[in-house]
Design a protein around this ligand. Structure first.
Ligand SMILES: Cc1cc2nc3c(=O)[nH]c(=O)nc-3n(C[C@H](O)[C@H](O)[C@H](O)COP(=O)(O)OP(=O)(O)OC[C@H]3O[C@@H](n4cnc5c(N)ncnc54)[C@H](O)[C@@H]3O)c2cc1C
Length: 456
């Protein structure tokens, strides 16, 4: 079946780059979830146009060959990992910014555009693309759409979903549809745009996106607050929210993460701090006032030290240090990053639960994340050759998901379900909601060829 499909593919699209050698295919088997055990792809294709993608999908449907859409492979739930006998379709060759429409504050892009490249293109004309995952220098817009990714500025400006006006999507039979366009308001029919966002490549392959830009905000002012315990930092997050403040960034790092970041990046963070908040305001003339009020909330929650970045260079450096939290923890061992969310008032309770679970399991954990969104990344750091680590992490993470759900939260705030969280989806959403998801999947992909085994 596979050989016949590849032969037909080469005949139909002679210019298409297709890798099939074992060593080459292996490079596209994993994403950033190195602990998963993915299947071996039949091959890896690099389409250059919507017509290429549509032709690939039509042939795959005719031959019953599954497809795995893939961006940069930075995913943290296994969405782009290989499926045995499937063709992985890498979208990075479709990386054109087709239009920056200043009159309508809109960008039209292909899915392989790197998030930070779009940000730079918008900034060049005084505009701003808000969603900025910490991986923004490497991840693609297609991956961001498929995961509905968040980032460091999403507290104020929303997640990827909030920046999307329309999509071009290739469906599972090769049909190409458009779901919206440059209009800010458009309520004709069902909201298909938002059905595809967050669908992790299981309902269609995005080949173009119309995205919302904003006027560039004023430069940010930056505040660091240190606390004796992570619980106090969590209380400060809840206090800032309760005070009605919406800073552009409100990020947390715990003691373990602060030490790892400082060891890796030499930022000069205090090694004795129990936790740290990075708070930024881009409110222009109101920024200093916003940070004063955030500082008051931090002090009311027991902040031991509060400092402001001296200048934009220092602020950039501190933000970069936070973005490098996962990488820094990886320097200390195998870092298994997770992703849970709770209503913001319950961040202190989630932090307490994570601390207790990791202590009971004897697993060192670094906690950091988008605390202002109630979204934390408990990251277990273990020895590479500890044979018991995987089982112990799996038991501990199941308990963390239970705690998040019990607090009214979620098993994933932004990294997606993929393969990693599939087994917990029903606990989160309930059997009836999962049945509706299966019905949607069956309606759009009756053969089940798009990213099988992911999400559901
Ligand atoms: C260090 C680090 C920091 C990170 N920080 C953040 C963060 O702050 N916030 C956050 O949300 N995530 C973060 N991530 C996770 C990851 O970067 C995001 O999920 C990102 O959006 C994935 O993009 P990608 O291009 O790498 O997609 P991939 O990993 O290649 O794919 C992700 C999913 O998208 C699907 N897909 C890709 N392209 C398409 C397409 N064109 N059409 C349909 N489906 C498609 C794939 O099938 C897969 O299910 C981080 C990851 C790392 C390694």
């Amino acid at each position: 079946m596979g050989a016949g499909f590849l032969e037909a593919l080469r005949a139909a699209l002679p210019g298409l780059r297709v890798l099939t050698a074992a060593g080459e295919v292996e490079a596209y088997r994993y994403d950033e979830t190195e602990y998963l055990h993915p299947g071996v792809p039949l091959g890896v294709a690099f389409p250059r146009s919507t017509a290429d993608v549509a032709a690939i999908v039509r042939l795959a449907a005719a031959h019953g060959v599954p497809l795995v859409p893939r961006g940069a492979g930075t995913g943290l739930s296994g969405g782009a990992t290989g499926v045995e006998g499937a063709l992985t379709v890498v979208m990075t060759g479709m990386a054109a910014i087709l239009e920056i429409d200043q009159a309508n504050l809109v960008a039209v892009v292909q899915p392989g555009v790197i998030n930070a490249d779009l940000g730079r293109a918008a900034a060049a004309v005084g505009l701003f693309y808000a969603p900025d995952p910490a991986s923004f220098e490497t991840c693609t817009i297609g991956g961001n759409l498929a995961e509905n990714s968040g980032g460091l500025r999403c507290l104020k400006y929303g997640v990827t979903r909030d920046a999307v006006l329309g999509l071009e999507v290739v469906l599972a039979d090769g049909t190409v549809i458009r779901t919206g366009g440059k209009t800010i308001k458009d309520v004709a029919g069902y909201d298909l745009t938002h059905l595809f966002i967050g669908s992790e490549g299981t309902l269609g392959i995005v080949t173009e996106a119309t995205l919302r830009l904003r006027p560039a905000p004023p430069p940010s002012l930056t505040l660091l607050a240190f606390f004796a315990t992570v619980h106090d930092a969590g209380r400060a997050v809840a206090g800032i929210t309760a005070a009605g403040l919406v800073p552009v960034t409100l990020e947390l790092m715990d003691r373990f993460t602060i030490r790892a970041v400082d060891a890796a990046m030499r930022v000069g963070l205090p090694a004795d701090a129990g936790a740290m908040l990075l708070i930024e305001s881009d409110a222009g003339v109101g920024a200093a006032d916003e940070l004063d009020r955030a500082e008051a909330a931090c002090r009311a929650s027991g902040a031991t030290e509060v400092a402001r970045a001296a200048d934009p260079t220092e602020a950039d450096w501190l933000r970069e240090a936070r973005r490098k939290a996962h990488w820094s923890l990886e320097q200390a061992g195998v870092a298994r990053m997770d992703d849970v969310g709770v209503p913001r008032s319950r961040v202190p309770e989630l932090l307490d639960a994570i601390e207790a679970i990791s202590a009971e399991a004897g697993l060192p954990v670094g906690v950091f994340g988008h605390a202002g969104d109630g979204n934390l990344h408990p990251t277990f750091v273990v020895d590479r050759d500890d044979p018991t680590a995987e089982a112990r992490i799996n038991a501990a993470r199941a308990r963390i998901y239970e705690a998040a759900i019990a607090l009214g939260g979620t098993i994933t705030g932004e990294h997606g379900t993929g393969v990693a969280k599939r087994a917990y989806l029903e606990a989160q959403r309930g059997p009836d909601a999962v049945r509706v998801m299966r019905a949607v999947k069956a309606a759009l992909d009756p053969q089940g060829i798009l990213n099988p085994g992911k999400v559901l």
